[in-house]
Design a protein around this ligand. Structure first.
Ligand SMILES: Nc1ncnc2c1ncn2[C@@H]1O[C@H](COP(=O)(O)OP(=O)(O)OP(=O)(O)O)[C@@H](O)[C@H]1O
Ligand SMILES: [Mg+2]
Length: 420
């Protein structure tokens, strides 16, 4: 959320302090529609006080075991920053909890973490002493494709993450083709990370039949260094280096959030670009990767459930403080019949798409069956042409045009908004 953004006076401003991505996304889906504005999210104690200073919430919803810190000391510090704010604690077992409503004056309630969103809404309204009407949905302007600003720094890769709130929309296909196209078109060093830790299939998509080392092997190392990571990477097409997901879903649990942080930091020193394929299951390790990424490619297909989940995803990213210009929307037509066209999707999501990939089962299926990204083997296919525009966007170093001036870069950028 922008720092100077002013919320409507009637809304109740809520700060969520929870490490668990599930809690955040679950609450997020229900609170916004009840006139309760999630003004900030602190995923770890180190960011809580900064968020309090920034947002000045009316209510703070905090997990009892937030960051394993001394909760009462945290609440005392909170009260010194925002004395008027009411605190509601989400407890795994309120009856046996050592913290109660009387522990501190600012604690308004200690409730069960499984309490329904509806009950949490009424409790928040009760502790604030006011009922809030759901705000009239104001028609926001459609967010244009952000001018390209390369985040590349000497000795550090630019990190792109492909993500969606819905499965089967083409994330892995887009991640592999983006990595291959970046590598081929720019001759840069490109690393591809499969962060679909349970059911990753990047290995298949880039034709790596078997490889002895996967990401779970890295996670078991007491100290991760660049040399060890290098030994773990598999060789893919177009000189890609690939970090594969575990061979079996249960091994995904071996990979911790801190491992993801170290792996991305270390790989960023070894490559010019890193492309990460995410799962559609929003969890802690994925949020970590989202935080460490320079650009998020949100994929949506043309059907109503995909658009609905993308809308929720975009709102959630906004609550998490992800800047809008870090987000790129890519439309991918995964079925012959479309329920909504490009304009309708952009209008519904209030985002302009950077690319609109056509339905092309022959090119896509051949590419998957042969483990060869279509950008490398089907140069003439319509989907490859559409796709290269996405790569061009990343490889250009366009800067924002001066206000009111039509620049070469702005006319160039128009190439990326594809009409259908
Ligand atoms: N543009 C397209 N044209 C035709 N078929 C497509 C297209 N994009 C994706 N598909 C089909 O959709 C399937 C799913 O793609 P992919 O595995 O990349 O999705 P995903 O979002 O990574 O899925 P998951 O959430 O399961 O990881 C592909 O196997 C392919 O058959
Ligand atoms: Mg996938």
């Amino acid at each position: 959320m922008e720092e100077n953004q002013v919320s409507p006076p009637s809304s109740i401003r809520l700060l969520i302090a929870a490490e668990i991505a599930r809690t955040i996304s679950y609450l997020h889906s229900g609170l916004n529609s009840a006139g309760i504005e999630i003004c900030g999210v602190a995923r770890r104690p180190s960011t809580l006080f900064e968020e309090l200073e920034r947002t000045h919430p009316d209510v703070i919803l905090i997990n009892e075991h937030f960051g394993n810190v001394d909760l009462l000391a945290t609440i005392d510090e909170t009260a010194s920053i925002v004395p008027e704010a009411k605190v509601i604690i989400l407890s795994t077992n309120p009856s046996t909890s050592t913290i109660s409503q009387t522990s501190r004056p600012s604690i308004s309630a200690v409730i069960d973490a499984t309490t329904s969103v509806e009950e949490i809404v009424s409790l928040i309204q009760h502790v604030c002493g006011r009922t809030v009407e759901a705000p009239q949905e104001e028609e926001e302007p459609i967010q244009p494709v952000a001018p390209r600003r390369s985040k590349k720094k000497e000795g550090k890769a630019e990190v792109f993450m492909v993500f969606s709130g819905k499965g089967g929309v083409g994330k892995s296909l887009i991640a592999t083709n983006l990595a291959a196209a970046l590598s081929e078109q720019s001759q840069a060093r490109v690393g591809l990370i499969d962060l679909d830790l349970q059911f990753g299939d990047i290995g298949l998509l880039v034709g790596i039949a078997s490889h002895p080392h996967h990401i779970d092997a890295l996670a078991q190392q007491p100290e991760l260094d660049a040399e060890y990571i290098d030994d773990t990477l598999a060789n893919g097409p177009a000189a890609l280096k690939v970090l594969l997901s575990p061979t079996s879903p249960e091994l995904a649990d071996l990979v911790m959030t801190s491992d993801i942080r170290t792996i991305i930091h270390e790989m960023a020193k070894m490559f010019d670009y890193i492309v990460i394929d995410g799962s559609s299951h929003l969890e802690e390790r994925l949020l970590e990767a989202i935080e460490l990424s320079d650009a998020l490619i949100i994929v949506t297909s043309h059907n109503v459930t995909s658009i609905k989940n993308t809308k929720i995803t975009l709102r959630l990213l906004q609550s998490l403080g992800v800047p809008q210009d870090k987000i790129l929307l890519v439309l991918n037509q995964t079925a012959q019949k479309v329920q909504f066209n490009k304009d309708a999707i952009e209008s519904s999501l209030r985002y302009q798409a950077v690319a609109n990939l056509p339905y092309d089962p022959k090119t896509v299926d051949d590419s998957i069956d042969n483990g060869s990204p279509f950008v490398l083997v089907s140069q003439k296919a319509e989907i490859t042409k559409s796709f290269k525009a996405l790569t061009d966007y990343f490889l250009s170093d366009d800067v924002a045009p001066e206000e009111g001036k039509e620049s070469a870069s702005s006319s160039k950028r128009r190439r990326f908004a594809f009409g259908k």
